[in-house]
Design a protein around this ligand. Structure first.
Ligand code: PMT
Length: 428
């Protein structure tokens, strides 16, 4: 094998490793994010398929809106088959307007990416025209808009296009690229659409809020297990989903995140340092060790409140018809963190089956907390081991309700609220 071929092979393998590391790093960063992908008429329209797939791989929900010209380059059926939902092409379609019309689509999206964005589309958008579904919903949206121009280099250089782009930029539209290189028309210059990975990266970065940049956040999550003997333990129904979603939201907000996790079968969010523990005493030790450096502590773990005084060395025989276990209270980790150093902003959770506000506010005061997030638990209520949850968040002189939604979304809302209150406390 020629040396160059070996080198190429090694480079390919190395790059594949690097690409997969990069993908892992941003994995799940778009979870539950709603991306509206607009496709306009240009030869790069076929690359929008790869954008759709990458966004989906990262956990995003994607809806496609195509201009009539885009359908000349690639069929709506291709996007429909891959996205699993219908592709929107028509502005004046009675059925569509009855289902998800342009206003609903504009509201639905968290971010709108138009890729490729042709010169004609950019011109129409800059003029405020609403002569197809995509331009109309862009007029109607208040969400962030990103455009990936793709056109011949002379068209891109043209004064009209440049003025249109400047106008859109001044309105807050984010222009991604274009890149430089050989074009479909065989000319060389600026005008190539950025590659799908670069565009997906830009969308991902958009969600990195930076609200907690430079801060150390410590969280605990999941249940603890208190051993009775070598085969039995006391625990609860916590899955860790709430706490892991919070850890991910903190990382997205730019924090340095440490997650002390009880037994949970969940993937570690990217960029998060995870410390696995089993029992309440192990969790207490790990949290107290890390708490010294924490600016914020979020206690979402369902720490078991009582643990057996003694752990039997051998499996307890089941000869007797009754047995008694002597239990002792576990350390209250949250109270210990909140009282050891009042510079750490402490957020507790309250899992309640009755008197939610009253019980949660009592815990807020008793445990010397800055905030508490209360949730209902028990039969047929979100909370434990569900993908959804709702929270009632309280602090000394206020509170806020966060309605039921998927835990990753809920976590982002709670983190935004925590960040706001943390900064208020530390700037006054
Ligand atoms: O993990 P999931 O399946 O996603 O479910 C999420 C959840 C329901 C577990 C979560 O939203 C939640 O409510 N966590 C707190 C559960 C709990 O133990 O609540 P509590 O009201 O018993 O405790 C109040 C606070 O004290 C909590 O912040 C708890 O972490 C803390 N505590 C309790 C006991 C103890 N020994 N040490 C503590 O730090």
């Amino acid at each position: 094998m020629a040396v160059s071929t070996v080198t190429e092979l090694m480079t390919f393998r190395y790059n594949r490793g690097l690409v997969s590391k990069m993908l892992n790093f941003i994995m799940n960063k778009l979870q539950h994010r709603r991306v509206l992908l607009g496709v306009t008429g240009g030869i790069a329209a076929y690359k929008a398929v790869e954008i759709l797939r990458q966004c989906q791989r990262l956990g995003a929900q994607v809806r496609i809106v195509m201009t009539p010209a885009a359908t000349e380059f690639i069929t709506p059926l291709t996007f429909q088959a891959l996205s699993g939902s219908s592709v929107h092409t028509q502005l004046l379609d009675a059925e569509e307007e009855a289902g998800m019309g342009h206003i609903n689509l504009a509201r639905w999206a968290d971010v709108i990416l138009v890729a490729p964005a042709s010169a004609d589309f950019i011109a129409r958008l800059a003029c405020g025209m609403a002569n197809d579904l995509l331009t109309t919903l862009l007029l109607a949206t208040e969400k962030p808009v990103m455009l990936a121009p793709a056109m011949n280099r002379a068209m891109f250089d043209d004064l009209h296009t440049q003025q249109n782009i400047q106008k859109l930029k001044s309105q807050g539209v984010v222009i991604l690229g274009p890149g430089e290189g050989v074009q479909a028309c065989d000319e060389v210059g600026l005008g190539r659409m950025l590659e799908p990975e670069e565009l997906v990266q830009a969308v991902t970065e958009h969600f990195q809020t930076g609200e907690l940049a430079g801060l150390n956040v410590l969280l605990n999550a999941g249940p603890t297990r208190e051993a009775i003997d070598p085969v039995r333990y006391i625990s609860n129904h916590s899955s860790g989903k709430m706490g892991f979603a919070l850890a991910q939201a903190c990382a997205e907000a730019g924090a340095q995140v440490t997650l002390v996790a009880g037994p949970a079968q969940l993937q570690t969010p990217s960029g998060v340092e995870r410390i696995d523990v089993v029992s309440a005493s192990e969790m207490s030790e790990a949290v107290m060790e890390k708490a010294k450096e924490a600016d914020i502590f979020i206690a979402s773990a369902a720490v078991v409140d009582y643990t057996p005084v003694e752990v039997a060395e051998k499996k307890i025989k089941k000869n007797a018809s009754e047995m008694q276990l002597k239990l002792i209270k576990t350390n209250d980790i949250l109270t210990n963190v909140a009282t050891q150093d009042d510079t750490t902003f402490c957020v507790g959770f309250a899992a309640e089956t009755d008197n939610l506000e009253q019980n949660a506010r009592a815990k807020l005061e008793r445990k010397s907390l800055d905030m508490i997030a209360a949730n209902w638990v028990g039969q047929s209520r979100g909370g434990f081991n569900s993908d959804y949850n709702a929270l009632s968040v309280y602090w000394k002189d206020g509170g806020q309700e966060i309605d039921s939604m998927p835990k990753p979304e809920l976590a982002r809302k709670l983190i935004a609220l925590i960040a706001k209150r943390y900064h208020e406390k530390n700037t006054t």
